[in-house]
Design a protein around this ligand. Sequence first.
Ligand code: NAD
Ligand code: MG
Length: 397
Amino acid sequence: MRRITVLGATGSIGQNTLDVVSRHPDDFQVFALTAHSQVNAMAQLCLKHNPQYAVMGSQSAAAELKELVGQRISTQVIYGEQALAEVSSASEVNVVMAAIVGAAGLAPTLAAINAGKDVLLANKEALVMSGQLFIDHAQRSGAKIIPVDSEHNAIFQCLPQAAQQQVGTMALSEHGIQYLLLTGSGGPFRDLPINQLVEQTPNAACKHPNWSMGRKISVDSATMLNKGLEYIEARWLFNCSRDQLKVVIHPQSVIHSMVQYTDGSVLAQMGEPDMRTPIAHTLGYPERLDSGVAGLDFTQIAPLTFKQPEAPRYPCLQLAIDACWEGQWATTSLNAANEVAVAAFLKEQVGFTDIAKVCDSVLQSIQANEADSIETLIAIDKQARLTASKWLQEYAK
Ligand code: NAD
Ligand code: MG
């Protein structure tokens, strides 16, 4: 029996995780669930999974949750950042699903890493904003990082076992690997005339053709900054150099990513575009668990096609690739600028094509900086958010 904390339980990844967990009542016990403000969804999850702790983002949300679940279950309702760190590092916990969206996930995910837990990493922003530090902390504590993001999970599955034991430190060439190929669907605007991008609404951006996800990552998929963040995520998880990492558009999302070996072999992981597959893989690793996902019917899937991402359609992707090799300050800044820009876009305060403009402008204005401690990273993140907010204020005038 493994005890699990699910950070971001009410989100798309959180709910899918609990779906898989509930299929294996003899293998998993839910220790803690966390959510920011969605009290009703959290109440339902608590009633179903009866965790020892439920963590909310604020005192008022915690009070509302207590009111809703009342005496019916024994769950202790707590709130705030300290509580998040506690349920991530508690000695009772074996596994932490890190599925908070954005930079807010960094501190609790690091708490789990520092406590040496098995960390199932969905929260890519945490790794993007802390890179080498994140990997160093895991090295020091012995925490195991298993990637949940479908592309990284696919690559992980296609790696030799020895490399799977060296997340963050492996030498790809020593395992006979030439490069990793990240696939991406190209998002909902893949085939739209480029001059129509400017008028796209949040709802249009969130209508992903293949995957059902939270709103922030859906917008990131439409700009392909998601692939950019994933590029940076892959760089750290698989310790890649620039020529060991490539991106290709694969509209059908049947192949979830690939590994090119030096002998010419390519290993790909395939499946339905359903996050329960990679989630079940991380929960069961190295064993396989039933995820509730049906097998692929190769006679029914569309022909598999591939193409290069077009630079004018996806300026955010290039920004991210450049930032990746520029330095930690650049990726931390880009992530922060993007979070501010996407939030403003979702509130219809800026247009879709402004997201890239905000990110570019922030990257141009932030000074290159040593990012050698969590404190400096948080300061860079804050500075980038301020710069992005100023851009938005100017824009609103
Ligand atoms: P979501 O928006 O559906 O859910 C986010 C969760 O985080 C919710 O439980 C919410 O309560 C919590 N949260 C939000 N802000 C918070 C804050 N300030 N403090 C504490 N908790 C907060 O997001 P999602 O789509 O489930 O994505 C979660 C993470 O997984 C993201 O980093 C995303 O990039 C990554 N991811 C998601 C998918 C997917 O299919 N949804 C795939 C790959 C990776
Ligand atoms: Mg992904």
